[in-house]
Write a protein that binds this ligand. Sequence first.
Ligand SMILES: NC(=O)c1ccc[n+]([C@@H]2O[C@H](COP(=O)([O-])OP(=O)(O)OC[C@H]3O[C@@H](n4cnc5c(N)ncnc54)[C@H](OP(=O)(O)O)[C@@H]3O)[C@@H](O)[C@H]2O)c1
Length: 262
Amino acid sequence: MSDITVIGLGAMGTALAEAFLNQGHAVTVWNRSPARAEALAAKGAIVAKSVEEAVRSSPLIVACLLVYDTVREVLGPSREALSGRTLVNLTNGTPEQARAMSGWAVSQGASYIDGGIMAVPPMIGGPHALILYSGSRQAFDACSGQLGALGTSKFLGEDAGLAPLYDISLLTGMYGMFAGVLQALALTGAAGIPAGEFMPLLASWLQSMQGLLPKWAEQIDSGDHTSNVVSNLGMQADAYSISSMPAGRLMSAPNSSCRCKA
Ligand SMILES: NC(=O)c1ccc[n+]([C@@H]2O[C@H](COP(=O)([O-])OP(=O)(O)OC[C@H]3O[C@@H](n4cnc5c(N)ncnc54)[C@H](OP(=O)(O)O)[C@@H]3O)[C@@H](O)[C@H]2O)c1
């Protein structure tokens, strides 16, 4: 018997299995393409010959596959083996998919925990790898010591959909910021200013903007958007319509319609 089984040895699953091995856990692994298990076998992992053997090898099953359909496809034929075990699914998906997966796992007699990995593979095992979990609190408490090998754990609640909801929402904030940064660099780039020259100013500006966020949360939660307003909405809307123009159009706009300081 092993302590933990990892199913799916892509870039992320391999990093997860390595982190468990590094903490001294006995790890069984399975992957559709067996060659991906070889490096882990050299580090002490036991390679299961089938999904069923992999599931029966450990009380804790960590799945990290491409999408939820893959998880069902892979685990479905061995579902009876899940009974009495804990399934931690670290595959990315939607809250609805997580809730459906939870219902399916529980109907097989398993405890279910969903997870969202807020890190890239090289970060796994370090304190900056944040992993969000939701689902069975009892099961999480029982395996939180082992899951701690992967990074910093945050349990969000018993609704299995919470981890993917927070995961998608954090990524939405990140992608919005990335899009804004790229638009800013397109504007300055169109004027021949190298990205490396403008970036220190942009990075410091964005850092100072972060200071506003707690106040936004207060305003949104209270519903009061009118008290202590420093810059009114009409002015902000005008500034936004200029800054969201395509770079080419902004650069060719007559000076009179552009408020940019020279
Ligand atoms: N990489 C990251 O930075 C990152 C960060 C956060 C979250 N995640 C999430 O982690 C999960 C895995 O990502 P990854 O980076 O490890 O992806 P990956 O390197 O592309 O690996 C995909 C894994 O899924 C398996 N797979 C795909 N289709 C399959 C099928 N039909 N049947 C059986 N196995 C199948 C692959 O097996 P084969 O080896 O046989 O192809 C492989 O083990 C994804 O949900 C991803 O969103 C990744």
